[in-house]
Every structure is written in C-alpha cells, then in structure tokens.
Design a protein around this ligand. Structure first.
Ligand SMILES: Cc1ncc(COP(=O)(O)O)c(C=O)c1O
Length: 183
C-alpha cells in the first residue's frame, strides 16, 4: 500500500511532539481522549503561573490568591463563551472524563432516579461513560438500555426512538467514538 501523506493541522506547530519522528516516520498521536498533548502556549502560561502567580483560588485574602482566583474565573467565562453555555457557573472543571461523569451520575441523577427509570448509552462507549451508570444501577436499580450500532458500525436514530420512553432519564453518548470513529 502506498504511503499516505502526513495530515498536517494548522495547529501542529504548537505541539512539538508532532514534529518528531518515530520508527523513521512522523509521529501520529491518536490518544487524546486519554492524555492530550499540551500545546506550547499552554505550557508557557502554566510555567508562568507556577513561577510567578501560584496561589490558592477562592481561599486567600492576599494579592496572589485574589489574582489566581480572578484568572481562573476568567477562564471559566472564556470556556462558557466558547461552548455557548448559558452562564459561566454552568462550567465545572474536573480532572478527567470519568470524574466528570461520576459527578453527573451522583450529584445530578442519583437524587432523581427511581428503580423503574432508564438510562440509554450506546454500544460503543468507553468505560468512562459506562461504569458510572453501572454503579448507579447497582445502587438505585435504574436500568441501562443499550443503543446498538448497525452492521455498518453506525448509530441509527430510528433505533434510539424505539428505546426512548417516559422512563428515560438520561441519554449518555460519546461525541466521536474512539472505537469506530463514528461521529
Ligand atoms: C476514549 C476515551 N474516553 C474516555 C477516557 C477516560 O478518560 P479519563 O482518564 O479522563 O477519565 C479515556 C481514557 O483512556 C479514553 O481513552
């Protein structure tokens, strides 16, 4: 099979690892959902923070603490604008996907669900979007229903319509599957 040309994104220059070679070829990195490479401007800003601005947020009355709090809240507002959230207070920072989904499962859904209720996940979910619902099911009896992929590895919305009913409390699905590349 002929070699494919490397995919070069306009942002590649911000990721020095992508300019390196492994096994005699340009490095290709596809594990971002697990550990994302950090772009140089972010590394530089983090270094500046550690060297110059480091302090507790929302917890100190001194100058650096107030500045760190202000800087962090500015990022919350920027993220809210970027994803078009209604309010900055809708943005909750977590250190990963599993933690974020456990938070939704336990703080948002757990107080609301009854044993007869249902959660729908797709067949192509990573454990991060499966285990939190299984644990919730063990605790509260809520049922997990699986939206299966078809023979082409695709999700058919007509199948989802068959699973949705008045017991559905949440539909939890990946944006892009790391298993099938399905969007
Ligand atoms: C595709 C995918 N989704 C989710 C996760 C879970 O991410 P986290 O470690 O942030 O909980 C991983 C981690 O390997 C992953 O590869």
């Amino acid at each position: 099979m002929a070699d494919l040309p490397p995919i070069v994104s306009p942002w590649a220059k911000d990721f020095p690892a992508l300019g390196t070679q492994v096994y005699g070829r340009p490095l290709v990195y596809l594990d971002t959902a697990a550990t994302a490479q950090t772009p140089t401007p972010v590394i530089e800003r983090m270094t500046q923070f550690y060297q110059r601005d480091y302090a507790s947020v929302h917890r100190g009355a001194h100058y650096l603490s107030a500045k760190a709090t202000e800087d962090m809240e500015l990022v919350r507002t920027q993220v809210a604008d970027f994803i078009n959230a209604a309010e900055a207070s809708n943005i909750v920072f977590t250190k990963g996907t599993t933690e974020a989904i456990n938070l939704v499962a336990n703080s948002y859904l757990r107080p609301k669900v009854k044993p007869e209720d249902e959660i729908i996940v797709t067949e192509m979910e990573h454990h991060a979007n499966l285990v939190p619902w299984q644990l919730l099911s063990d605790l509260c009896g809520v049922k997990i229903r699986v939206w299966e992929v078809n023979n082409q590895g695709q999700l058919d919305v007509a199948e989802l319509k068959k699973l949705l009913n008045n017991k559905t409390r949440l539909v939890a699905l990946t944006h892009i599957s790391n298993v099938l590349g399905q969007v």
